[in-house]
Design a protein around this ligand. Structure first.
Ligand code: MG
Ligand code: FE
Length: 169
C-alpha cells in the first residue's frame, strides 16, 4: 500500500475518533443546558449530524479494508469526558461551552480539509464526497455558533443580573 493511502487511512481513523469525541461533548452539553433553548436545539441537530458523520467515516474505513481502531476511539471518548467535564462547574458554563464548541468545529473543518486533499491525492472519490458533506455540516455549525456568540453573551449577562445561578446553563 502507498504511503499516501496509509496516511489517508490513519487520518480517517483520527477523524472517526474526533467525531466520537464530538458526540460525547455535544451530548454532555445538551444534558446540562436548561435556559438556552435555541442553543439546545442546534446542539441536538448537530449531535444527530455528528452520529451520521461518524458512521459515514466508519463505512469508508470498512470499505478501504482497515476497520476502526478501538483503542483510538476509546482514547477519544476519555479525552472528551475530561473536556466536557471541565466546564461543568464554571459559573459561566454556557460561555465556556460556546468557546469550546466554536474551537472544536474549526478543528473539524481543518481535519476534513486535509482529508479531502489526501483522498483526492489517492483517487478515493467516495471518501472525498463523504468528507465534503461532513465539512459542509461543520462549517454550518461554526457559522451558527459565530452568529449566536453575541446573543448568547447578552442573554447570559441579563440572566446573571437577575439570577446568577440560572444564567450558568
Ligand atoms: Mg463533526
Ligand atoms: Fe461538528
Amino acid at each position: 500500500m502507498s504511503e499516501a493511502r496509509e496516511w489517508l487511512i490513519q487520518w480517517l481513523r483520527d477523524a472517526h475518533a474526533m467525531e466520537e469525541q464530538a458526540e460525547t461533548i455535544l451530548a454532555g452539553q445538551l444534558s446540562r443546558l436548561e435556559h438556552y433553548p435555541d442553543l439546545s436545539k442546534r446542539i441536538r441537530e448537530h449531535l444527530e449530524e455528528t452520529k451520521a458523520q461518524a458512521s459515514r467515516l466508519k463505512a469508508c474505513l470498512d470499505r478501504i479494508g482497515e476497520g476502526t481502531s478501538t483503542l483510538k476511539d476509546t482514547g477519544g471518548k476519555l479525552m472528551a469526558f475530561a473536556q466536557s467535564a471541565s466546564g461543568v462547574f464554571a459559573a459561566d458554563e454556557v460561555m465556556k461551552g460556546s468557546l469550546a464548541s466554536y474551537t472544536f468545529e474549526h478543528m473539524e473543518i481543518a481535519s476534513y480539509t486535509i482529508l479531502i486533499a489526501a483522498a483526492e491525492a489517492v483517487g478515493e472519490k467516495d471518501v472525498v464526497q463523504v468528507c465534503e458533506q461532513n465539512l459542509r455540516e461543520e462549517i454550518a455549525m461554526a457559522d451558527w455558533l459565530k452568529t449566536h456568540l453575541g446573543p448568547t453573551t447578552t442573554k447570559f449577562l441579563n440572566r446573571a443580573e437577575a439570577d446568577s445561578d440560572s444564567a450558568k446553563r
